[in-house]
Design a protein around this ligand. Structure first.
Ligand code: GLC
Length: 842
């Protein structure tokens, strides 16, 4: 840029006009913020639209939403930042998002609105960030796979909707601006994305090679439309990112330094080009790659201008052209958005409930199944906490196996596809790799790689998949799946050369592994860790949790064997089950609760004898869930949980927390007492206690435990303490041993989602798929007089209403289907239409 021009821009910037406006508005917002945050409220639930409506942009921490799927999609935060990837966050990342930056910073994407006034310009952002624009009215609607911002002020109403059309590889940003002033307005709209190198970690660790490979080319079409093509040099022939729009562009930029101007010194808050009036039409042969385009509008009062942008990835621009053309037509954008809504309506229709508790209804009908869809897609791979860089994560074996249980009634066939991938990283010996990368299907051993003196496998991974497959079979009745041949994982062999086995064979090997891998007490070994990743006792230690999970997997397998009439196999598993049950009750009862581990010397952990970690929640829930705890032990253990682990913010995982590093146990003692697995409220373990309470018939307690962690409940007055999004479960809340008791972190990707959904639907409301039909066995608060629900099962829809005239928690007295009484409480598998079911508790 010529020096003269530059100084002119500098003068304009120095004229302070836009800054003055910002200051005045800032004061206004400070006031607005106080009034909106009274009672800790940042927004509200709009159940009719299935949205959470954020009114105050200054959330305590970053809040976000998910768009698209792992195939193409990512995270969109409430200030317009985007993490986008195709197929694999670590290996095919598209936008650059540094989540540790303050919320005020540009993070991967934004849109500028530039209003031309007499002798100056205003530069605004509908997302507030990065221009710090304070609108008269602002809201951010967090919807089902889309986010919609509506900002009003400065004579404009700006609406931006961001989403990924189903099965597409393009992110749409649909921008409308309405002139709500009384005068004609000239407005420029400038959306911008910043690219990451496809190898997301390299982008952060290598500032030599990465920038030399990054390229942006511009293709100007006769129509005036511009396609910016971006790629890392070695991907030129097979994976290019593109950015284009429904309107011809006035100008564009591909080079960040050109766009920001002044060698970037005024940054994203005030890009110099926007004060100049035109972008620089830069491309980039290296350096920091962006895609920005300027669209010009002249709007008379009440007129609306609209442009939809597309950020996608295809093999080549030629391959992208069909999609580009399709979404340049705004009718197709509208249709894609409507299709997304139909997808969700259909997905959610699998189960809809009506109970006396409004926030229970809101979570179970919308937000919880939605979160289950999210965890099913992203496992623990990509969030604002699990950042998807390098080989740290991937698709987790145990995590995804459990996530699938949460979507099974909604999308069983999609769940099956992912289950097949998981089975393909199970080893010939029966145990499983801990995680894999979806774009390469390469697997690794997770954190166990880091410790030389600890086992290289996890004692639980391979057992979860038995529960998953059983759940799929019960939901669909597709017993043929058991015969499907799937390879076992073997790093040293090409895929074709790997040993294959039927799904049934895979499950048999899972069980055989744990049966053969038992320690001194006859209890399965811990391996590097069990569900609790952070307790890494020395080799030879045993896990009582693994024993219970093994027992539960045996029960599921016995069900499967009976369904396929393999009595001999069922018999063998029954014997194993009885043996494990006897061993646990003989060796692990501590007096008031069950012990959780035996270390390599046979010493108990999770026992009243220990100084730290005297009692562990999983040690109590799982013996009940697996049916190995006799009734008296079950009740006593659950009462101990209530006494020693429960708090108003949820049930702690253990107590007391370690107070300093202890190499014998490892990871758990790296946290201060009350944080995460070290005595924190690790939410994932809460629904297991809820389930256990329903098994012993304690509906009031189960529901109390449900409500005390319901994030929607936090919206009313407790958000300043909780801090995390109220529309999804976080992974953890700081426990009562911590000074910040009640503070939540790690939203979205947590097994809490799947298990709380199961606890609510299959145990509290008590609707569960079985091989024989749909079992109805509620365990509800005594105060509920009735509830009703609609459940799709196999080909039919069951409209179930439950009456509770005697104020009970559990017990079914009578069931009628379409007016006819049936024996027992399992609704038979019926043909494809609506069936009216009336249940009376008693
Ligand atoms: C994290 C992990 C999960 C583990 C849990 C408890 O959520 O993703 O696999 O079970 O922590 O350690």
């Amino acid at each position: 840029m010529a020096a003269k021009k530059q100084s002119k821009v500098a003068k304009k910037l120095a004229a302070k006009k836009p800054l003055k406006v910002a200051k005045k508005k800032q004061v206004k917002v400070a006031k607005a913020e106080t009034s909106q945050t009274v009672g800790g409220q940042y927004g509200y639930f709009d159940d009719a639209n299935k949205e959470y409506v954020l009114r105050n942009p200054a959330t305590p921490i970053k809040w976000c939403n998910y768009v698209g799927t792992l195939a193409f999609g990512g995270v969109v935060d409430t200030t317009g930042g985007t993490v986008l990837c195709k197929g694999d966050p670590a290996l095919n990342r598209i936008t650059k998002y540094i989540s540790q930056m303050p919320n005020s910073d540009f993070k991967g994407s934004t849109t500028y609105i530039r209003i031309k006034e007499k002798d100056s310009v205003r530069v605004l952002s509908p997302f507030v960030v990065p221009t710090c624009t304070m609108w008269d009215k602002w809201e951010c609607r967090i919807g089902l796979s889309y986010t919609k911002w509506v900002a009003e002020g400065f004579g404009l109403k700006v609406t931006v909707v961001v989403f990924v059309p189903a099965k597409s590889s393009t992110l749409i940003q649909d921008i409308s601006i309405e002139n709500i002033s009384r005068k004609n307005m000239e407005i420029d709209v400038v959306p911008v994305y910043e690219f990451s190198h496809f190898d997301a970690l390299k982008q952060l660790t290598n500032a030599d090679w990465v920038p030399q490979t990054m390229t942006v080319e511009a293709h100007k079409e006769k129509s005036g439309h511009v396609i910016l093509e971006q790629y890392a040099f070695m991907k030129k022939q097979y994976a290019v990112n593109y950015f284009t729009a429904s309107l011809p562009a006035d100008s564009f930029d591909g080079d960040r330094r050109e766009f920001l101007g002044f060698n970037e010194i005024t940054g994203w808050a005030a890009p110099a080009t926007l004060y100049k009036g035109k972008l620089s039409n830069s491309t980039a042969l290296r350096g920091d790659n962006i895609a920005a385009q300027m669209f010009k509008f002249k709007l008379a009062p009440k007129k609306v201008g609209r442009v939809a942008t597309q950020l996608g990835q295809e093999k080549s621009i030629a391959d992208a052209m069909p999609a580009i053309k399709k979404y340049r037509d705004l009718k197709n954008v509208d249709k894609a958005f409507a299709d997304l809504a139909s997808f969700w309506n259909n997905y959610l229709a699998a189960l809809q409930i009506k109970t006396p508790d409004a926030s229970f209804n809101s979570m179970v009908n919308v937000h919880n199944p939605r979160q289950c869809h999210t965890t099913k897609n992203w496992s623990r791979y990509l969030s604002l906490y699990q950042l998807g860089f390098g080989s740290d994560r991937g698709i987790g074996y145990r995590d995804s196996s459990q996530d699938l249980l949460g979507v099974m009634s909604h999308m069983p066939e999609e769940a099956r596809v992912l289950a097949e991938n998981l089975l393909s990283v199970q080893l010939e010996g029966g145990n499983a790799m801990h995680q894999y990368f979806p774009s390469t299907m390469e697997a690794n051993e997770g954190d166990s790689r880091e410790k030389e003196d600890r086992p290289k496998y996890y004692g639980d991974d391979h057992l979860w998949i038995v529960l998953t497959v059983a759940s799929y079979l019960k939901e669909t009745g597709n017993m043929e799946f058991l015969k499907k041949e799937i390879p076992f994982y073997n790093k040293k062999k090409e895929l074709e050369a790997r040993e294959k086995g039927s799904v049934l064979e895979h499950l048999k090997r899972s069980l055989a592994f744990s049966w053969n891998d038992r320690g001194a007490h006859g209890i399965p070994h811990l391996g590097f860790a069990d569900w609790n990743d952070t307790v890494n006792l020395p080799t030879g230690s045993e896990s009582l949790f693994n024993a219970s999970l093994f027992a539960k997997a045996l029960l599921e397998m016995i069900d499967i064997c009976e369904a396929i009439e393999d009595r001999e196999l069922a018999e063998q598993y029954k014997n194993w089950y009885e043996e494990i049950k006897a061993q646990v009750n003989k060796t692990a009862w501590d007096g008031e609760w069950y012990v959780r581990w035996f270390d390599e010397k046979g010493e108990p952990l999770g026992s009243s004898k220990n100084k730290y970690n005297k009692i562990d929640s999983l040690g109590q829930s799982w013996p009940v869930i697996s049916g190995i705890a006799p009734e008296e032990y079950a009740k006593t253990a659950l009462n101990s949980v209530n006494k020693l682990l429960n708090t108003k913010n949820g049930i702690k995982l253990s107590w007391p927390g370690y107070n300093g590093f202890d190499p014998h146990v490892g990871g758990v003692s790296t946290y201060p007492p009350g944080a995460k697995e070290n005595g924190g409220i690790f939410l994932h373990a809460n629904p297991w206690i809820m389930i256990a309470e329903t098994i012993v018939g304690n509906g009031d307690r189960a529901f109390q435990y449900y409500s005390q962690i319901n994030p929607a409940e936090k919206n009313n007055g407790k958000i300043s303490e909780f801090e995390s999004e109220p529309y999804c479960y976080p992974q953890n809340i700081l426990g009562s041993e911590h000074k910040q008791f009640g503070l939540a972190r790690n939203a979205w990707l947590s097994g809490t989602s799947s298990w709380t959904y199961q606890a609510a639907t299959q145990y509290i409301l008590g609707i569960k798929a079985t091989f024989k039909g749909l079992s109805v066995n509620p365990c509800i608060p005594k105060a509920w007089k009735e509830f009703s629900l609609s459940r799709k099962f196999r080909d039919a829809v069951y409209e179930i209403s439950v009456k509770n005239p005697n104020g009970l928690s559990k017990g079914v007295k009578s069931v009628t289907i379409n007016g006819k009484a049936i024996e027992g409480n399992v609704l038979p598998i019926l043909p494809g239409k609506k069936h009216i079911v009336e249940v009376v508790m008693g």
